[in-house]
Design a protein around this ligand. Structure first.
Ligand code: 3HC
Length: 716
C-alpha cells in the first residue's frame, strides 16, 4: 500500500501522505521511493500545474526521517550516501517543473521540514499542534536532507542557527514572523488555501523563488562576510561554552552551515552529507537515539504489568501544603486546565502559595506562551483555603506538607474524613517510605508516591512510587495525571530514597568525602561540570539545602549502612548553621537577593581538614562520583526498585541531569562493559574500603558478559 494518495482538481494535485499502520509519517527508504514515483508521475502529467503536500495524520505533518533506519547504516560512507540521495530528491522538488506547496498541520520535524523548505511555498495551520523544528542535534546528528543549507537561505543565518543548534520547536505564529512559513491559516481551510496557492504559483502569480526578506531579524549584519564571520564566531563560542565540547554534532552543524556560505552551493550540500555520515557513527548519537526510544517507550508504559485498568478521570486536584512544591504542582495543573483546591493551615501561607502560583503562570505570559485571557483563566482555576471545604469531590489529592511522618499522618486522616470514597492520596515526600505514610490511611491501596522535582514547572521528571499494596488503578491514574502535566514518568517500587534520591546520595556523599579529605570545592564542581552534569555537586548541595540533604542522608544511612553514610563535612557545616542558598550561607557566597557568588572560603574552617587543602585530579573526582552513582543504580535494578534499566537511565538524566550524551548510569555500564566497571570499582574499594564494593549484579554481568540493553538493533 502506498503512503501517498493523489487527488487532482483543476490542475492541482493534492498529495496526501498517510503512512499505513503508523502513528506518524516518516521518510524511510521505501517511502522515499514511493514519493519519487509520485513526483515523476506529476512531472510527466502536463495537465498538473501545481502540487500540494499534506498529511493524512491528525497531529503530525511529517516526523522526519525514519530513525529506525539510522540503526542500519553500515558505515559513515553509507550514511553520507543516504544523505546525498535525500539531497537529490529535495533538489528535484525545489527545481522540478511543478511547484509544490507544503500544507503543514501538526509536527513538521527534521526531514519533514527539510522537504517543506524545498517546496515553493509553506502554509502553516494556526494550531498549537503545529510545530516546526530541525531536532537532529537532539539525536546527536545534523540535518541531512539540506536543512543546514536551505534554512539559512529562508530565515536568515541567525534564526537558522538558533533552530539548528537547539532543535527547538517553532510554533506557527513564530514561523510566519520569521519567514519560515509564507502564510498561516485556520486548519479548516488549510487544504483549500494550499490548492489556491499552488494554482497561483503554477500561473506565475506568485514567484517560485523569492528573496530572503530584507527586514528579517539580523539581515543587515548577515548581508556581508564580515558580519557573518561575527555571527559564526559568536555561535561557536556559545556552543562550546554550553556543550563543553561534549556534543560534536553542534560544531558539525555549524561547519555545514558555514560551508554553504563560504563555498558553492554544491560544496555546502556535500559538507552536510559528509558530516551527517560522520555524526551518525558517534557514541553520542547512539546514546541520544537511545534516549529518544526510551522516552517514547515510557509514553506508553502505564506502570503496571499485565492489563492496565483505565485511569480515573482527574476533574479536580486537591493539594495540601502551599509551599514551593505545592505551588509548583498547582501551577502546572492549572496550565493543563485542571481546577485546583489548595490548602494550608494559615491564611498567610495560602496567600503566599497563591502568589507563587501566580508568578509561575505569569512567567508564561511574559514569554508570550499564553495570552492574557489564558493566564487569567488558568489563575482562576486555583482557589485557596484553610479548611477542607471543596475537598468533598476531589478524586486525587497530593500531599506536599512538611517532611515529618506525624504531620503527614495527621493531614492524611483529616483529609480522608472529607474526601470521597475511593479518592487517591498521593504523597510528594522525597524521603519517607510510602508504606509508612500509607499506614495511617483508611485504605493503603489508594496511597501512592508522586515525587516531583523542584522547580516543578521546569523539571521534566515525575517519579511515581508504588507499594505492594497500591492498587493498579491508582498507579495508572498517577502515571496518566503526571503525563497530562507534561512529565516523563517513571514508576519505581517503594524503598528508602526511592530511585532518584537513592543514586544521588552516594554521589553527593562522595563529593562531601572529598571535602573531608581536603579537596577544593571548585575543583569538585568543575570536574563534574566537565563530566557533563549541569551543576556541580557542591552547588547542588547548597541548592537542595544542607538540612534536607542531611535528613535524607541519615534516612539512607539508617537503611543501607555505612555505604551511604553522609560525609563528616556535611554534618559539620550544617552544625555551623549553614543551610545553603535558602539561608544565604553554605559552601558558596550569596548576596542579599540570594544570587550565588564564588566559594565561601570561610566554610573550610568547619571541615575536618580545615583550611589545609590538597589537589585532587579531575579524573579521580569524576571516577569516584560517577561510579558511586552507577554502582547504586545497578543495585536498584538488582533489588527490583526499578522495573526496567530504561527507567533508571531516564530517571538519572531527567531527574538529576546525568549527562545525556552518556545515556545514563546503566548505559555507562554497557559502554564500559560490566567487567571494566567491576575492575574500576574494586580499585576504588581497595583505597576507600566499604563504599565501592561492586553490586552483585555487576559481578554476575561481568562473568557472563551480559549487558542491560540489546547489543544491536533498537536499544529499548
Ligand atoms: N522515526 C522513527 N520513528 C518515529 C519517528 C521517526 N522520526 N518519529 C516518531 N516515531 C515513532 C515513535 O518511535 C513511536 O513509535 P512506537 O509507536 O513504535 O513506539 C511512534 O512514532 C509515535 O511517536 P510518539 O509516541 O513520540 O508520538 P507523539 O505524538 O507523542 O509525538 C512526535 C510525535 C512529535 C513526532 C515525536 O515522535 C517526535 O518528536 N519524533 C522524533 C522527531 C525527530 O527527531 N525527527 C528527526 C528525525 S532525524 C531526521 O529527520 C534526519 C534528517 O535530517 C535526514
Amino acid at each position: 500500500m502506498s503512503a501517498f494518495s493523489i487527488a487532482i482538481d483543476n490542475g492541482v494535485a493534492v498529495v496526501t501522505f498517510d503512512l499505513p499502520g503508523e502513528p506518524v509519517n516518516k521518510f524511510s527508504k521505501v517511502v522515499v521511493a514511493d514519493f519519487v514515483t509520485v513526483f515523476d508521475q506529476l512531472e510527466r502529467d502536463t495537465a498538473v500545474t501545481g502540487a500540494v503536500l499534506i498529511s493524512g495524520k491528525p497531529d503530525t505533518f511529517i516526523a522526519g526521517a525514519d530513525i529506525d533506519e539510522f540503526l542500519q547504516f553500515t558505515s559513515p560512507a553509507d550514511a553520507t550516501r543516504e544523505s546525498a540521495e535525500g539531497h537529490r530528491l529535495m533538489d528535484r522538488l525545489e527545481h522540478g517543473r511543478v511547484p509544490w506547496v507544503a500544507a503543514i498541520h501538526g509536527a513538521c520535524l527534521g526531514g519533514g521540514l527539510e522537504a517543506s523548505l524545498a517546496c515553493a511555498y509553506r502554509i502553516v495551520s494556526d494550531s498549537p499542534r503545529t510545530v516546526l523544528a530541525l531536532p537532529e542535534v537532539q539525536l546527536g546528528l545534523i540535518p541531512g536532507a539540506g536543512g543546514t543549507q536551505r534554512l539559512p537561505r529562508t530565515v536568515g543565518l541567525q534564526v537558522a542557527l538558533d533552530m539548528i543548534l537547539t532543535g527547538k520547536n517553532v510554533r506557527a505564529k513564530k514561523a510566519l514572523q520569521t519567514g519560515l512559513a509564507d502564510e498561516m491559516v485556520h486548519p479548516s481551510i488549510l487544504r483549500d488555501v494550499a490548492m489556491r496557492r499552488a494554482r497561483e504559483l503554477g500561473a506565475g502569480k506568485i514567484a517560485r523563488h523569492r528573496p530572503h526578506r530584507a527586514d528579517a531579524k539580523g539581515a543587515l549584519l548577515e548581508s556581508n562576510p564580515v558580519g557573518r564571520a561575527v555571527v559564526f564566531r559568536q555561535a561557536r563560542e556559545m556552543t562550546m561554552k554550553k556543550s563543553r565540547g561534549h556534543y560534536p554534532a553542534l560544531l558539525a552543524a555549524l561547519d555545514a552551515v558555514a560551508a554553504g556560505f563560504h563555498g558553492t552551493s554544491a560544496e555546502g550540500f556535500a559538507t552536510e552529507a559528509r558530516l551527517f555520515g560522520e555524526m551518525a557513527f558517534t557514541a553520542v548519537s547512539r546514546q541520544l537515539i537511545f534516549l529518544f526510544y526510551a522516552t517514547t517507550a515510557l509514553k506508553k508504559d502505564l506502570g503496571v504489568s499485565g492489563a492496565a485498568p483505565p485511569p480515573l478521570p482527574v476533574s479536580k486536584l486537591g493539594i495540601l501544603g502551599t509551599g514551593f512544591m505545592g505551588a509548583g504542582i498547582a501551577a502546572v495543573s492549572a496550565m493543563q486546565g485542571v481546577p485546583v483546591r489548595f490548602k494550608d493551615t494559615a491564611l498567610p501561607a495560602v496567600a503566599k502559595g497563591l502568589g507563587a502560583v501566580r508568578e509561575v503562570l505569569k512567567d508564561r505570559l511574559h514569554k508570550k506562551q499564553v495570552t492574557k485571557q489564558q493566564f487569567e483563566d488558568q489563575l482562576a482555576l486555583v482557589s485557596g483555603t484553610v479548611t477542607y471545604t471543596g475537598f468533598g469531590n476531589v478524586p486525587l489529592l497530593i500531599e506536599a506538607v512538611f517532611e515529618d511522618l506525624a504531620v503527614k499522618h495527621a493531614v492524611l486522616r483529616e483529609a480522608e474524613a472529607v474526601l470521597p470514597a475511593g479518592a487517591i492520596v498521593a504523597t510528594n515526600t522525597s524521603t519517607i517510605p510510602i508504606r509508612q505514610v500509607a499506614s495511617a490511611s483508611r485504605d493503603p491501596s489508594r496511597v501512592v508516591g508522586m515525587h516531583f522535582f523542584s522547580p516543578v514547572h521546569k523539571m521534566p521528571l515525575l517519579e511515581v512510587i508504588v507499594t505492594p499494596r497500591t492498587a493498579p488503578e491508582v498507579v495508572v491514574t498517577a502515571v496518566a495525571f503526571g503525563r497530562r502535566l507534561g512529565k516523563t514518568v517513571i514508576v519505581v517500587n517503594d524503598a528508602p530514597g526511592f530511585y532518584v534520591n537513592r543514586i544521588l546520595a552516594p554521589y553527593l556523599n562522595e563529593a562531601g568525602t572529598l571535602l573531608d579529605e581536603g579537596a577544593r570545592i571548585e575543583a569538585i564542581d568543575q570536574a563534574m561540570l566537565d563530566y557533563g552534569f549541569p551543576v556541580g555537586p557542591v552547588t547542588l548541595l547548597d541548592e537542595v539545602g544542607l538540612d534536607i540533604a542531611g535528613k535524607s542522608g541519615s534516612i539512607l544511612a539508617a537503611a543501607f549502612g555505612d555505604r551511604l553514610r553522609p560525609s563528616a563535612t556535611l554534618g559539620q557545616v550544617l552544625a555551623a548553621g549553614r543551610l545553603g542558598r535558602k539561608g544565604k550561607q553554605g559552601f558558596y557566597l550569596y548576596d542579599e537577593m540570594g544570587k550565588k557568588g564564588g566559594v565561601d572560603e570561610s566554610v573550610y574552617a568547619v571541615t575536618p581538614t580545615g583550611t589545609r587543602r590538597t589537589d585532587v585530579s579531575a579524573a579521580e573526582i569524576q571516577e569516584r562520583l560517577s561510579l558511586a552513582m552507577v554502582n547504586e543504580a545497578v543495585r536498584c535494578v538488582e533489588e527490583g526498585i526499578l522495573r526496567a534499566p530504561r527507567d533508571g537511565d531516564i530517571g538519572a538524566v531527567f531527574g538529576i541531569g546525568f549527562p545525556p550524551f552518556r545515556g545514563g548510569p546503566l548505559r555507562v555500564v554497557d559502554t564500559l562493559g560490566a567487567a571494566e566497571v567491576v575492575r574500576r570499582l574494586e580499585a576504588l574499594n581497595a583505597k576507600h574500603p566499604g563504599r565501592f564494593e561492586p553490586a552483585t549484579m555487576l559481578r554476575t554481568m561481568a562473568s557472563s558478559g551480559t549487558t542491560f540493553y540489546p547489543k544491536t538493533g533498537k536499544p529499548v
